[in-house]
Design a protein around this ligand. Structure first.
Ligand SMILES: C[S@@+](CC[C@H](N)C(=O)[O-])C[C@H]1O[C@@H](n2cnc3c(N)ncnc32)[C@H](O)[C@@H]1O
Length: 310
């Protein structure tokens, strides 16, 4: 039987190493685990070799949690290496482009950085859309404060939405959304536009959507009144659009302020549980790209205007 450690030290093709591991695994799981661990930790093996190895480990040993976690970390660090600060991540068949949250220049959450990261509420919105196809199929989606736009892109590319308008106010964030849009080439079914919540007079042009999605948009309590005013304009259409809000609750008072203001402004709020999938995502590669998994809780609710609002 070939020894996988010997093989990878000889720089053998990854496939041969994996095959040797497979054979070993029939004999002894611990040998495989320590071989793969040694390989991942080795400083003389290139990152690309490790990444290819990690992908094969993910496919070949999908029952082994420890190996899966190791492989996930290796893959994440290989994604997070680019010199230009951006990386492409294939998130469940949706390609997004974002910056590395661990690079020293990105650890201060100011300005562009916030919207060039993926936040957990966005993943929760995506999971909600996956679990509620009746809201997505053939719908026209407006995403506000889109950041890297994972949920909006996925809605059109995979979940049957008719079209999506992805919006934000930050110019770097809008540029990034445009780069992703061009790369995924969805024709004219996705467009990227500036939508600034404080520019209430400009909101009249957004009127054909039936589903508004907003993930992790409210972290500053001062934004709450304007955000609610914006909702009034965007939901106040005869065809009764619905908004799906996902809030990362970092500060209970800010969250409560939002709920209170929506209630007194004549909206109906329907809480919706966050999927247990969150558990899974907190373990796998994606958590390496995502801020907040341990620090906050996401609350999701649907918002509708009870009647025509004034
Ligand atoms: C925490 S990020 C969330 C991004 C994305 N939805 C996610 O969850 O990954 C908040 C986003 O809201 C945008 N934003 C903040 N204030 C805004 C405003 N006044 N008008 C429009 N967008 C705003 C930011 O530029 C940023 O992209």
């Amino acid at each position: 039987m070939s020894d996988p450690t010997f093989l990878w030290k000889q720089n053998a093709p990854v496939e041969d190493v994996i095959e040797a591991c497979r054979q070993q695994s029939r004999a002894n799981d611990d040998v495989v685990r320590s071989t793969v661990k040694d390989l991942f930790e080795s400083s003389v093996i290139s990152l690309s070799y490790k990444a290819r190895m990690a992908k094969l480990v993910q496919q070949s040993f999908n029952e082994d949690e420890e190996l899966q976690d190791l492989a996930a970390e290796v893959l994440a660090s290989s994604y997070l290496a680019p010199a230009d600060n951006f990386c492409w991540v294939d998130y469940g068949e949706t390609l997004i482009r974002l910056i590395n949250p661990y690079a020293p220049q990105n650890t201060q959450l100011i300005g562009d950085v916030i919207g060039l990261l993926l936040w957990e509420a966005e993943i929760c919105v995506l999971e909600w859309l996956e679990a509620h196809p009746e809201y997505v199929r053939d719908s026209k989606i407006l995403e506000i404060g889109a950041g890297v736009g994972l949920a909006g892109f996925a809605a059109v590319q995979r979940l049957g939405a008719k079209n999506a308008t992805l919006t934000d106010t930050n110019s770097k964030v809008l540029e990034n959304l445009e780069v992703i849009r061009k790369r995924v080439d969805t024709g004219d079914s996705i467009n990227v536009e500036c939508l600034e919540w404080y520019d209430l007079n400009s909101l009249g042009r957004f009127k054909s959507h039936n589903l508004i999605i907003a993930a992790d948009c409210l972290y500053d309590p001062n934004d709450v009144p304007t955000f609610v005013q914006m909702m009034k304009v965007l939901l106040n259409h005869p065809h009764r659009p619905v908004a799906l809000l996902a809030c990362s609750v970092r500060n209970r008072n800010t969250f409560q302020k939002l709920i209170d203001e929506l209630n007194v402004s004549g909206f109906e709020l329907e809480p919706s549980p966050v999927s247990p999938e969150q558990q899974r995502y907190s373990r796998r590669t994606t958590h390496m790209f995502t801020k907040d998994w341990t620090n906050s809780r996401v609350e999701i609710f649907l918002v509708r205007a009870l009647q025509t609002l004034v």
